[in-house]
Design a protein around this ligand. Structure first.
Ligand code: ATP
Ligand code: MG
Length: 393
């Protein structure tokens, strides 16, 4: 018998016509992460992964970070489906396991097998009882369940099931541009979009010298953390200093943030379209700050036609923080470097901005010119990986 990792992708099975494409991308994503360390095989409804003992925990940990995998089963592949060999293997497996109560659950995808699933479970339950002391069967609440699967050429035994991340394989739903700041919310928003299969590029607005190089490094570090759940993330860095200074000098301060964010949206839309991104993604959360009231969001959103997805819109801050901790971005997000949104904060930002006023105030600055100039400052950071950056789409 040989140690094996098996993957299930339940939700993908609902994608009837497109299942082939989803699985193809899932396999690509898995190969990209662990291809050099493991042998990956497809079968109906499953993927089988074998690796050497020394790479085992690396492979398992990598699989835990891949979207599209719903369950990871860790167990053994038996050379064939002969009952004598299954018994022999099971006896070996139970010797290394500590438990007092158990049950056996069997599935047969080979319907020609001479015994039914129930008969196999009963039989193997008896074998376990005979070969280990002080244990008993508990069908209601067993400490260990031995899952036995009889497939065409091999049988499988496993008792360890790990919940996968779920979602869809990154890249199956096209590409989006994440507005990535150094805060807590936007990396979480990016993670959630990736979970729905969206491949991410990021845009970051910097305002040197008002914002420091550490602030930019922090954004790069955040991109790197969330890229562990997918492929590397390209970051488009835009110098926003001049726009911010012009807004600060010329526009009534209660509208600073509203106008600033309208500029960010306009620039983001352009960068998105240039890079084949179909949506913008950001970390706005309803009611969190003055610029995230419904009226503010409407006044800001109206300057673009690209769809804007806000994965954390309906989460409260504690829920966002809990997810940030879980995915590993929180500790980096709370590092104290100023973001361009926090340096020019007016004392009384408008909560219900009027669209007409936005248009009127924007006439006070040559904003189209300023946007053109800002776009020319674009630099792209791609160096978060050893591998060459490669677009799947
Ligand atoms: P916090 O966790 O402190 O709320 P935040 O990143 O959510 O941080 P907000 O001021 O609430 O900050 O901004 C709302 C959203 O706008 C962000 O989630 C992010 O998507 C986008 N954004 C803000 N500042 C920038 C920036 N400098 N570059 C790119 N996107 C930004
Ligand atoms: Mg926020």
């Amino acid at each position: 018998m040989q140690k094996i990792i098996m993957l299930k992708y339940a939700e993908l099975n609902t994608k009837k016509a497109n299942i082939g494409m989803f699985l193809h991308i899932l396999k690509q994503n898995i190969e990209e992460k662990i291809g050099n360390f493991a042998n990956i095989e497809f079968d109906k409804g499953r993927m089988f992964i074998k690796t050497e003992e020394k790479n085992y925990s690396f492979v398992l940990n990598s699989l835990k970070k891949i979207f599209g995998i719903h369950e990871i089963e860790v167990g053994y592949q038996i050379e064939n489906t002969k009952m004598s060999l299954i018994e022999e293997s099971l006896i070996k497996i139970i010797q290394n396991k500590d438990f007092q109560t158990f049950k056996v659950e069997t599935k047969r995808s080979d319907k020609n097998y001479p015994l039914t699933s129930l008969e196999i479970s009963k039989h193997l339950g008896g074998i376990i009882l005979k070969n280990k002391e002080n244990i008993k069967v508990d069908v209601q609440n067993p400490e260990v369940i031995f899952y036995v699967e009889i497939r065409k050429d091999h049988a499988y035994i496993y008792s360890e099931k790990i919940k996968g991340l779920g979602g869809y394989p990154v890249g199956t739903l096209g590409k989006g541009l994440l507005m990535l700041s150094g805060g807590i919310d936007s990396p979480v928003a990016g993670y959630l979009a990736m979970k729905r299969g969206v491949k991410i590029e990021a845009i970051y607005f910097e305002s040197p010298p008002h914002t420091s190089v550490e602030a930019k490094n922090k954004v790069e570090a955040l991109a790197k953390i969330i890229s562990e759940y997918a492929t590397p993330i390209k970051i488009h860095v835009i110098n926003f200093t001049k726009i911010q200074e012009e807004i600060y000098k010329n526009i009534p301060h209660e509208y600073l943030i509203t106008i600033m964010r309208r500029m960010m949206y306009r620039i983001s839309e352009k960068i998105a379209y240039r890079n084949n991104c179909k949506i913008l993604i950001n970390g706005e959360s309803i009611g969190q700050v003055a610029s995230q009231t419904l009226t503010s969001m409407a006044a800001i959103n109206e300057v673009v036609s690209i769809p804007v997805i806000r994965p954390v819109a309906c989460f409260d801050k504690l829920e966002i923080i809990a997810l940030a901790k879980q995915i590993g971005t929180y500790e980096t997000s709370i590092l104290p470097f100023e973001d361009c949104c926090t340096i020019f904060v007016p004392e009384h930002p408008v909560i219900n901005p009027e669209k007409e006023k936005c248009l009127e105030y924007e006439k006070l600055i040559p904003y189209e010119e300023l946007i053109k100039e800002a776009l020319q400052t674009e630099t792209v950071l791609t160096n978060q990986t050893k591998k060459e950056f490669e677009d799947l789409l």
